[in-house]
Design a protein around this ligand. Structure first.
Ligand code: DC
Length: 234
């Protein structure tokens, strides 16, 4: 969706189009809090593009594992960053990750990736590399972006920040229902304790505990808040 912004009339004859930055909706939270499903639905409701940044970190972790590079080998990882055959794009209104032209999907939740991804995501150079790509998505279009640092680092100036969480028991049950057995508490601990862009809620984020809520209730709460905050067209 393009956001050309309002037209300003300047003098008698010249009209200048002021290009406003398209909106960015930041949805952060721990693993299995429901944020991916919620973010996807919010994007559908608003007609914005849905960006899953966890998939971007997972794609790098998957690629490194395939090449036999240890997730903690910062030097080797940095040397690979500029030469990875990964493309971060989109199909319709959903972000995609391609490797040599093939869309990655099941590869991104392989046990090896679940285990290594938080170590890869703790490397500052990896984060800087992806930060640039994440911001590029919002240059021309409105996005709903979900991750861990979207409200704190990627779009710190957006007024639309949501921190979606749930109790550890509920999150573990949701993970199991997806057929996944990875240790979310260990991954969350790593994500919260890393030095660079840790998982934390932005001071101005709206916190939503989804433990006793349906997906639709969460989506309605977020979409209503966004619509209330949107400047009205004159
Ligand atoms: O959302 P997810 O579970 O697919 O994320 C996978 C890992 O990537 C997780 O350990 C946290 C990390 N991540 C991150 O550090 N920053 C983001 N913006 C998104 C994910």
């Amino acid at each position: 969706m393009q956001h050309p912004g309002p037209a300003l009339t300047c003098g008698a004859t010249r009209t200048i189009l002021v290009r406003m930055k398209p909106p960015a909706i930041a949805i952060d939270g721990p693993a299995a809090s429901g944020k991916s499903t919620v973010a996807r639905r919010v994007a559908e409701e608003l007609g914005y593009t849905f960006i899953n940044t966890g998939a971007m970190y997972r794609a790098i972790a998957w690629h490194l594992a395939r090449r036999g590079v240890a997730a903690t080998d910062r030097e080797k990882i940095c040397a690979q960053l500029g030469h990875m055959p990964l493309q971060f794009g989109k199909e319709g209104t959903v972000s995609t990750v391609l490797c040599e032209g093939k869309r990655l999907s099941a590869e991104l939740t392989e046990p090896e990736v679940n285990e290594s991804v938080s170590s890869v995501a703790a490397i500052p150079e990896v984060r800087a590399f992806l930060l640039q790509k994440q911001r590029e998505y919002n240059e021309r279009e409105a996005v709903v972006m979900e991750g861990r640092d979207i409200g704190t680092v990627v779009f710190p100036d957006t007024p639309f920040k949501y921190f979606v969480t749930a109790s550890e028991e509920v999150r573990a049950a949701r993970r199991a229902a997806q057929g996944l057995t990875d240790s979310i508490s260990e991954r969350d601990k790593n994500d919260r304790e890393r030095a660079c862009s840790p998982l934390t809620q932005a001071a101005d984020a709206r916190v939503i505990d989804t433990s006793d809520m349906t997906i639709e209730q969460v989506v309605t709460e977020i979409v209503t808040d966004i619509r209330n905050k949107m400047p009205t067209k004159s």
